[in-house]
Design a binder for this molecule. Structure first.
Ligand SMILES: [Zn+2]
Length: 275
C-alpha cells in the first residue's frame, strides 16, 4: 500500500488499457452477472511494501489476483483485471477501468508491511457505506481462513476506494514483513487458499446480515456485518508529522520506545491516501 507516486488519470493510457483485450476475461453481455474488477496492487517499478523488504508485494498481489480470476470465472463471474502483468498502472487508470465496467464490484488485493516484524494479520478496507457488506463478507472468509490475527474491517479513504463508484474493497492478505506470514504467502497453495477465500466473500456478499452482530460463527445463510475501525479522520498534518517521526526514527536506529504502536497506527499515520 505504498509507493504509488502518480495517482493521475492518463486518458491516452486508459484508452490503451480499455482497448486491450486482456482486461476482459470473458465476453460482455448486458444481462451478464456481476463483473468483478480485480486490482492487483502495485506493479512495475512500484514494488509495494517498505524499503528493504525481501519479497515484492507486487508479485504476490498479481499471483493472488490471477488465481482469484480463475476461481471467480469458474463460478460464472465476468472478470476484469486492472493489470495482468508486472506493469505500473496509475491509480486513476485502475479506478477508470473499474468505473467504465457495468454492474461491477471492485476488489483490490494487497499485502501488508511494517517496520516491526512481529506485526501480522488480515485487514479489509472499505470507504463507501455501500461497500461494507462486501468488506464484511470478504473479511469474514479471508480472516476466518487465515492462521493470522484478525485486524478487523477498517474504513479508510484510499484512492481506489474513494474513486470507484461501486462496492469496492481493499484486502490486506497478511504481512510480508512477518517471517511467519511471509513464509505462508510464498507458498502457492496458501495463495490459492487466499484467492478462494476472497472469492467466497464475493459470492456471499448478498448474505451479510443487515445489522451488526458480534458473533463470528459462520453459517451458510448469514454473515455478520462486521464492526469496523474508522480511519477516515487521519489528517494530512498528522501524516506529515508522522513522516518526520519516521525519518527521525530511522536515523536513531531501532528505538524501542515507539515500537508499541501497532503497525496499523504507523501505517495509518504514514502511508499515503492514494492507495
Ligand atoms: Zn500494497
Amino acid at each position: 500500500m505504498r509507493r504509488n507516486l502518480f495517482p493521475v488519470l492518463v486518458a491516452g493510457l486508459l484508452a490503451t488499457f480499455l482497448a486491450c483485450s486482456s482486461y476482459a476475461a470473458t465476453s460482455s453481455d448486458d444481462s451478464s452477472p456481476t463483473t468483478v474488477v480485480i486490482d492487483a496492487g502495485h506493479g512495475g517499478y512500484d514494488r509495494g511494501g517498505i524499503p528493504g523488504q525481501r519479497v515484492s508485494e507486487k508479485d504476490m498481489t498479481l499471483d493472488v489476483a490471477r488465481r482469484l480470476r480463475s476461481v471467480l470465472a469458474a463460478s460464472g463471474y465476468r472478470v476484469v483485471m486492472t493489470r495482468d502483468s508486472d506493469v505500473f498502472v496509475p491509480l486513476g487508470v485502475r479506478t477508470a477501468i473499474a468505473n467504465s465496467t457495468r454492474n461491477a464490484i471492485f476488489v483490490s488485493v494487497h499485502f501488508n508491511s511494517a517496520p516491526r516484524s512481529s506485526a501480522g494479520g488480515i485487514e479489509t478496507y472499505f470507504y463507501n457505506r455501500q461497500s461494507l457488506s462486501l468488506a464484511s463478507a470478504i473479511h469474514h472468509y479471508v480472516a476466518g481462513g487465515a492462521p493470522s490475527e484478525n485486524r478487523g474491517v477498517r474504513r479508510r479513504g484510499y484512492f481506489v476506494l474513494r474513486r470507484t463508484n461501486m462496492p469496492s474493497v481493499l484486502v490486506e492478505c497478511g504481512f510480508l514483513t512477518s517471517p511467519t506470514e511471509s513464509s505462508y504467502i510464498q507458498n502457492a497453495s496458501y495463495r490459492q487458499k487466499l484467492a478462494e477465500e476472497i472469492a467466497a466473500g464475493v459470492r456471499s456478499r448478498g448474505s451479510v446480515a443487515s445489522s451488526r452482530s458480534t458473533t463470528r460463527v459462520a453459517t451458510a445463510e448469514s454473515i455478520p456485518l462486521q464492526p469496523y475501525i474508522d480511519q477516515t479522520r487521519i489528517s494530512e498534518s498528522k501524516k506529515s508529522r508522522s513522516r518526520s517521526k519516521r525519518s527521525a526514527k530511522k536515523s536513531t536506529r531501532k528505538k524501542k520506545s515507539s515500537s508499541k504502536r501497532s503497525s496499523s497506527e504507523v501505517r495509518a499515520a504514514s502511508s499515503n491516501w492514494e492507495a
